[in-house]
Design a protein. Structure first.
Ligand code: ZN
Length: 457
């Protein structure tokens, strides 16, 4: 299998992995849980889940890490405004997001590190950079010295000239940096902000150092795939390379930098108004997980996907077409469906930089052949098994949404019962969590004086 590496701008073979254990180490930058996740976050999750599922199917061992940035300016600002602790706000949004991922049929990462749980490791990392001459304390902050890393090397991932980057760098008057390009590794505590003790006084880590530290803690000094949206190339991933390679002295930090194109909403203006309105819950309710996944993977991950109701309706119809072919009753007459060649086409496409549009074309051709054979009484069972297998590699369940919730009905009843007991015991937070997670799965609870009923949205 080959994947496009942003740093070298070439296709690179995924195998063999950098580790002697043969495990593909994959770190994907996760969300900052300051508000509810939106459709753009779903796209990102689906892209990397598709890769993860494909590696699982090919029996290529993979360790998939996705972090939560649970310290951040926006989180602090919002928690102060709402009057709830930052940790509580982050926890609430993280649980909601995890429920949404489950509803999107995204496999859980093997680990979800959080910044607040690796502060000592971050402090050690920064100390190491200072000792090696790549960082310096200044007025309670600590900054990374970009010049020490080398101008050319620093600008390589973003393919930008360092003078151009320097000219565009904004300097906050409160920051005492030697060079406008230097960036904060540690920020001195300000009033009203959560802070941790450090050799440089109380403060909190900068954003970029967090991912370097979490990747080091969970996967080691070198990894195979570092993933994220294209918007993270500069400065976030540029700074991650500078930090980690300076600290470990072992380039490359990541063998393959894999970046997905972002969800587009037409014009820039629309992106601001609609982008935040299209919630994952709402899209799941209207189209279902299979359609949302199809909407995303109909484009190659490096090509932008543009949001439109028509595109989502088309994806819904496509999901229905696959589901129909997977469940249509055939006959007993021998049918000649070359489902093994469909499997070969699928594999070849996925090996080719995760070319999901071509992989899907193989599936739709197979679905057409199944429908034709079934119509003339052919035995389609084996071909249907292949269709279901390959669909599941793409995370498609091919189940009608109703069938799933009917099977789940006794379990939903049980959760509603437990929630009633929690409410009686005034355990509001837990009770709300049950309601929110069911909502993310498309189950709406209605409370009334007579008790709680539920319905599928
Ligand atoms: Zn990151």
């Amino acid at each position: 299998m080959q994947l496009t590496d942003t740093l070298s701008n070439t296709r690179k073979p995924l195998l063999p992995p950098v580790g002697e254990d043969g495990v593909v180490r994959m770190y994907v930058c996760g969300i900052t849980p300051y508000s509810e996740a939106h459709l753009g976050h779903a796209l990102h999750a689906i892209v990397f889940d598709t890769l993860r599922r494909y590696l699982d199917w090919r029996r290529i061992p993979v360790r998939h890490i996705q972090n939560f940035t649970d310290i951040d300016d926006k989180l602090i600002e919002r928690s102060n405004r709402l009057g709830i602790p930052m940790s509580e706000l982050a926890e609430h949004n993280i649980q909601h997001y995890l429920a949404q991922l489950a509803a999107l049929n995204v496999l859980p990462a093997h680990e979800y590190p959080r910044v607040t749980r690796v502060i000592p490791e971050i402090v050690r990392f920064i100390q190491g950079l200072i000792e090696k001459g790549f960082a310096y304390p200044s007025g309670g902050d600590v900054y990374y010295r970009v010049r020490a890393f080398g101008a050319e090397r620093y600008g390589a991932l973003a393919r930008r000239d360092i003078d151009e980057l320097r000219a565009g760098a904004r300097v906050d008057p409160s920051e005492q940096k030697d060079d406008p390009l230097d960036f904060a590794l540690w920020k001195a505590a300000r009033p009203g902000e959560p802070s941790w003790e450090s050799p440089w006084g109380p403060g909190r880590p900068g954003w970029h150092i967090e991912c370097s530290a979490m990747a080091l803690v969970t996967l080691g000094e070198q990894i195979d795939i570092h993933g994220g949206g294209m918007d993270l190339i500069f400065p976030h991933h540029t700074n991650e390379i500078a930090q980690t390679e300076a600290y470990t002295g072992k380039p490359p930090f990541a063998r393959i930098w894999m970046h997905n194109a972002l969800l587009q909403f037409g014009s820039e203006k629309m992106s601001k108004s609609i982008g935040n309105l299209v919630s994952i819950d709402e899209a799941l309710q209207r189209y279902g997980a299979d359609a949302l996944r199809l909407f995303v993977i109909t484009s190659h991950y490096r090509s932008p996907v543009t949001y439109s109701e028509e595109a989502l309706e088309a994806a819904k119809a496509g999901a229905e077409r696959l589901r129909h072919a997977a469940t249509i009753a055939g006959g007993t007459a021998p049918a000649h469906i070359d489902h093994e060649s469909a499997r070969a086409r699928f594999t070849e496409a996925m090996d080719d930089d995760l070319n999901t549009p071509r992989a899907l074309a193989a599936l739709f051709d197979l679905a057409r052949d199944i429908n034709r054979a079934a119509a003339s009484g052919g035995d389609v069972a084996a071909a249907q098994a292949t269709l279901r297998e390959l669909s599941s590699v793409l995370g498609l369940t091919l189940q009608a949404p109703q069938a799933r919730s009917l099977a789940a009905a006794p379990f939903i009843d049980l959760l509603v019962e437990i929630r009633a007991e929690l409410r009686a015991a005034r355990q509001w937070a837990l009770a709300d969590r049950i309601r929110d997670r069911l909502a993310a799965l498309g189950i709406e609870l209605q409370d009334s004086p007579d008790g709680t009923t539920w319905s599928e949205r």
